[in-house]
Design a protein around this ligand. Structure first.
Ligand SMILES: NC(=O)c1ccc[n+]([C@@H]2O[C@H](COP(=O)([O-])OP(=O)(O)OC[C@H]3O[C@@H](n4cnc5c(N)ncnc54)[C@H](OP(=O)(O)O)[C@@H]3O)[C@@H](O)[C@H]2O)c1
Length: 353
């Protein structure tokens, strides 16, 4: 690889945006061209993210209209969007149009919900407004890399963090053919899942030493999880999902329950999961239940299973900001450009954070 692929990051002052900048800072084949901010153009990256002062000592956030300034005509371009849903699609559409006019070959990975649906009607049914760039939908596919051996489209809409953890737990068990459509999933997320803006749900006194469910059986990502189970396994899924807010910053912990068609032991089910993920660099199937600190800040997913008589439990821990967003996005971008899938993502979890 001669020169690093220039990258543009939208929503770059946010939590996912900051994680994207962190991974790009050490990526061997992708380099930062523009960290785009709608609210803070001209502010130094290091001012918003002091942890990145050594990586980007002078670089500043830019407005979207300056995103392509350092990209040569005919060059390649890696576009990451970590803007909110509804805002992301217009930013991406405008950039792609300008890139195309200059012969720049672009690939996009979007962490928002804007490109997770195949058609605008499905998007509108869940998000309550018309899709901002419907013509682009045909160029996008939504999947997590572990469940998509081939690159499914030119651009990727990355599933959300709860969906990523749920799918990593659910898809192999659907692939056994041993369960009917129903699965029950309880998921607990850290406070960074709500993004940078403070709110009642993320305020420290509310969140610290606390644990509570929200939107039981009514979370908006449920249809996305069901659609992606079907896409990965061909099986209909009926997901009963109860999300919870947990008293930690990073991480998602998902526990899935399923009724099996026949009795199976833990060892057999565990062997199935190991086999399913045998080529997946970032998924480790453990012999004991996973723990969030063992994956936090890494792109790894820890899974374990227990089966007794006709009941199976799958537990999954990931970092919501990494495997559930920025790390998953870099993983996809690596694949979109034919780079090694783990480029820039190899670091294990630091554990004591
Ligand atoms: N947090 C997670 O665990 C997680 C996991 C998976 C997916 N996601 C998705 O990733 C995206 C970013 O999440 P986040 O947690 O990083 O959110 P965040 O901390 O709130 O950051 C979002 C950033 O987007 C920019 N933004 C806000 N409103 C905008 C607008 N109207 N137009 C353009 N830019 C706007 C802001 O940066 P500027 O003002 O500087 O542009 C803001 O810092 C969201 O779509 C979210 O659903 C988040």
């Amino acid at each position: 690889m001669s020169k690093r692929i220039p990258a543009v990051v939208f929503g770059a002052t946010g939590y996912v945006g900051g994680e994207l900048l962190r991974f790009i800072a050490t990526h061997p084949s992708i380099g930062l061209a523009a960290a785009v901010s709608a609210s803070s153009p001209g502010t130094r990256i290091a001012q918003v993210f002091p942890t990145l002062a050594g990586s980007f000592p002078r670089a500043e956030f830019r407005s979207a209209d300056r995103a392509l300034e350092e990209i040569a005509d005919g060059d390649r371009l890696a576009v990451f969007s970590a803007a909110p849903h509804g805002a992301s699609a217009p930013l991406v559409a405008n950039l792609l149009e300008r890139a195309e006019a200059r012969g720049i070959e672009a690939r996009v990975v979007d962490s928002s919900a804007d490109f997770r649906y195949r058609d605008s009607a499905s998007f509108e049914a869940v998000y309550g407004h018309a899709h901002p760039a419907p013509r682009l939908l045909a160029d996008f596919a939504c999947a997590i890399p572990e469940h998509s051996p081939d690159v499914p489209a030119k651009h990727i809409g990355h599933p959300g963090c709860f969906a990523t953890a749920s799918l990593l737990a659910a898809v192999p068990i659907f692939a056994t053919g041993l369960i009917e459509a129903d699965v029950f999933i309880a998921g607990i997320t850290g406070s960074s899942g709500s993004g940078r803006s403070a709110g009642a749900g993320t305020h420290h006194p509310e969140r610290h030493s606390n644990l509570y469910a929200y939107q039981p059986l009514a979370h908006r990502h449920r249809p996305e999880i069901e659609a992606l189970i079907r896409a990965a396994t061909g099986q209909a899924a009926d997901v009963q999902f109860v999300p919870h807010s947990g008293p930690f910053v990073r991480g998602i912990y998902v526990t899935l329950h399923a009724r099996l068609r026949k009795s199976i032991g833990t060892r057999e089910l565990s062997a199935h999961f190991r086999d399913y993920y045998r080529n997946s660099r970032f998924v480790q199937v453990l012999d004991r239940p996973p723990r969030i600190k063992d994956v936090a800040a890494s792109n790894n997913c820890h899974l374990s299973v227990t089966a007794e008589r006709q009941h199976a439990v799958v537990m999954c821990a990931i970092d919501n900001l990494v495997k559930g967003a920025a790390g998953g996005a870099v993983q996809w971008m690596n694949r979109l450009w034919g780079l090694p899938e783990d480029s820039g993502l190899g670091a294990p979890a630091p554990a004591w954070i």
